[in-house]
Design a protein around this ligand. Structure first.
Ligand code: OSB
Ligand code: MG
Length: 372
């Protein structure tokens, strides 16, 4: 079956977050968003989400650099060109260096479109085997009393794992209080690269007795050696996020002993195509994976849920229900949690949700249509 993307619509949204999200690099009250809608001549469509943020603080891209790259470099390589599998589309984008989130915004939409045209759930098309995925929640930094209340609330709802953000000086005390209040909780911490080697080594070693599930990205992305040196001194597994932009980097990280676990975000890798390659490798190498999140709307979350249904994703991800992020999500039905703390993998064709045009319009700042 051949497909041609004849038109693409960029939707630039701004949505208020239900809870402010504070990390070591800043605090956000709103999410600036970019969605990509692709259309075929026969009226089929697919949706993708660019997971870049308003400012280049997690990684070098922003929603606005991604929009520019989609218009100038990415869409011109795809519009009007017939393909029979999404991996071909990904291949066409490989001459463009960097800009992985801009690439995945389109490539994810193409996978959704492909699965819809096959009449099959995206999860099954990707090779997913699970009917439901374990849900975790990622919480921004907050005063301890507020954080304790939040964690209690999400644990009562059934979340299977809680992650908090940490930074030097805002770490041990908070984590120890959470551990004391929730002795059996699957608890982890994410530093988004805020620590420095060697001066912060002792601070991080002091977290080793808190029975954390793992410690995510303590050092900046390029500091492979620091992660390896710390991992050698810790019982707690290290997990890398920002450092891993490709399968080659995943292999290198594991070979160096820089991590024992990998957070997979298709936007950070530049597509589902490289994410699938990483999953296949990790499965045979015995490296546990989990699916990360970037405060997506339901569009991006649905794509993540599909990916997390693959067998290599053995740990609960940063996959939460719509109500964790939004007063009202833009998809129908919203993502919900089952009573046992999972998200059901949709059985409808494609990603399995539809975008509500009225809610989309409410949050849309601008849109731009590109045609062949
Ligand atoms: O480091 O995992 C991260 C959100 C934005 C940018 C980076 C990260 C995050 C999260 C939130 O931790 C995960 C989620 O979507 O729930
Ligand atoms: Mg992270």
């Amino acid at each position: 079956m051949e497909t041609v993307v004849e038109a693409a619509v960029l939707h630039r949204l701004s949505m208020p977050l239900r809870l402010p999200f504070e990390t070591s690099y800043g605090r956000e009250e709103r999410r600036e968003l970019l969605l990509v809608e692709v259309r075929t001549p026969d009226g089929d469509m697919g949706w993708g989400e660019c997971v870049a943020q308003a400012r280049p603080l997690y990684s070098p891209e922003t929603v606005d650099t991604a929009a520019l790259m989609l218009v100038r470099e990415i869409l011109p390589r795809v519009l009007g060109r017939p393909w029979s599998h999404p991996a071909e589309v990904w291949e066409w984008l490989t001459p463009v260096r960097g800009h992985p989130m801009a690439k995945f915004a389109l490539e994810g939409a193409v996978w959704d479109l492909y699965a819809r045209r096959l009449g099959r759930p995206l999860a099954a098309v990707l090779g997913g085997t699970r009917q439901e995925v374990a849900a975790g929640v990622s919480l921004g930094m907050a005063p301890l009393s507020a954080l304790l209340d939040q964690v209690r609330g999400w644990v009562e709802r059934g979340y299977r794992r809680v992650k908090i953000k940490i930074a030097p000086g805002r770490d041990r005390e908070t984590l120890a209080a959470l551990r004391q209040a929730f002795p059996g909780l699957a608890l982890m911490a994410d530093a988004n690269g805020a620590y420095r080697w060697p001066q912060d080594a002792a601070r991080l070693e002091a977290l080793d007795d808190l029975d954390l599930l793992m410690l995510e990205q303590p050092f900046p992305p390029e500091d492979w050696e620091a992660h390896a040196a710390l991992q050698a001194r810790l019982r707690t597994p290290l997990c890398l996020d920002e450092s891993i932009g490709s399968l080659a980097e995943a292999r290198r990280a594991v070979a160096l002993g820089a991590c024992r676990v990998i957070n997979v975000k298709p936007g950070r890798l530049g597509g589902f195509t490289p994410a699938l390659a990483l999953e296949a490798w990790a499965r045979q190498a015995g490296v546990p994976l989990w699916c990360g999140g970037m405060l997506e709307t339901g569009v991006g979350r649905a794509l993540n849920v599909a990916l997390a249904s693959l067998p290599g994703f053995t740990l609960p991800g940063d996959l939460s229900a719509s109500e964790r992020y939004w007063e009202e999500d833009i998809i129908d039905p919203p993502v919900t949690l089952t009573p046992d703390g999972t998200i059901r993998v949709p059985e409808a064709p494609g990603a399995g949700w539809t975008v509500d045009p009225r809610r989309l319009a409410r949050y849309e700042r601008w849109s731009r249509t590109l045609r062949v």
